[in-house]
Design a protein around this ligand. Sequence first.
Ligand code: SAM
Length: 469
Amino acid sequence: MRRKNKRQVFENVEVVDAGAKGKTIGKAPDGRVIFLTNTVPGDVVDVQTTKKRKAYFEGVATTFHSYSDKRVEPQCQHFGVCGGCKWQDMGYEHQLFYKQQEVENNLRRIGHLELPETTPILGSEEQYFYRNKMEFSFSDSRWMTLEEIQSDKEITDRDALGFHIPGMWDKILDIKKCHLQQDPSNAIRLETRDFAIKNGLTFFNPRHQHGELRSLMIRTASTGELMVMIQFCDDNKTNRELILNNLKETFPEITSLLYVINQKQNDTIYDQEIICFSGRDHIFEEMEGLKFKINAKSFYQTNSAQAYELYKLTREFADLKGDELVYDLYTGTGTIAQFVAKKAKKVVGIESVPEAIEDAKANAERNEIDNVDFFVGDMKNVFTQEFINTNGIPDIIITDPPRVGMHKDVVQQILKVAPEKVVYVSCNSATQARDLELMKEAYKVVKVQPVDMFPQTHHVENIVLLKKL
Ligand SMILES: C[S@@+](CC[C@H](N)C(=O)[O-])C[C@H]1O[C@@H](n2cnc3c(N)ncnc32)[C@H](O)[C@@H]1O
């Protein structure tokens, strides 16, 4: 029998908190939590529930009785529809407050950790236009507004280049201006879209998996270099060259113009051949005199300015004296490894993406750093006792895993190796807390430093320093 999910209305609900997955929080008359999407803490609203569970409701505000003084005017015309910057209507100082609270709550509630006095979150100087990488999707069936659907007019312009509507894999919002990446990002996206329409190139149809244009990636760098990559599905050489040549002529500042022909079901490019159409197949990012080569598949922190702050804090937490062996787990293109290398005897980096490790090695050579070694493979298979026997017992481990956190075998291996200090950098304090709980019999949390890499969103980075008990 299907469970009835009857919608309910609660009146005059005060929104009291924000955090988990970017949702705001109110209380139902029976004390149950209501997770809301379109409010700011301090608003008083009527709520229509959309989901009912044993311990909580989900809902949306339908009537606003009063607006919170934490509110600010969102800058983006797509706010509320686009899945991107969902906290734009909350003042930045309040965003920071809730991010800090989220980190501390996760460490205490999930990790059951005793925390030292935490340092205030480090806010980002740039609160808009801070991203160095954006990916936009093409679609021939764009998201339409209610007025468009209800109007009698026939809608002929269904092509879109933009972002997925939250929860809808086949609907793309056509973006006019995005506030996340500096220009010429918007100009390139609009030109690509308009030129394609004018010249009859077909946009991807996600349901039937056809169409020429599939996605557009733009990477900017603090060096001024610019990478643009178009992902095609159907392969039409004439049209492909037409649109790429137009980009090349219209934006001579593009230093790396790439494409990929991907006819798989999903649009990840990691198993695809990237072809260089003009310029180089990579760009360079620079930090503290170090140069980092970035190709289309490389991971690089998306907020470059704040990444510098993150790395400086990581290095400060490691507090190296010069005679230590450091392991940099999940090293990516070896950025942290190279960043701390000057202060260490030797750094060993491990990462699963072969291209990233190739870049890490090339970067180290270019930066004339000869006390780093890089190894490729799945962490739990590489970071083993045998590996330690060959490469030495680390004095310090720096670890910066992806959102899912560390595999439990990796945590066990860290405990076995038992370095004096562990610096754990994470973009997901919930999985970080889960991992730290497994380590708490052997390690004490000495410092906690949240860093905001992603203003206008609920995401937050966190650095924890652990010392052996
Ligand atoms: C958050 S990024 C950190 C990268 C790097 N520390 C930096 O700041 O640029 C996580 C990295 O872990 C890598 N990774 C993900 N799963 C992995 C695994 N199972 N084994 C090894 N590396 C993995 C990803 O490819 C990515 O480069």
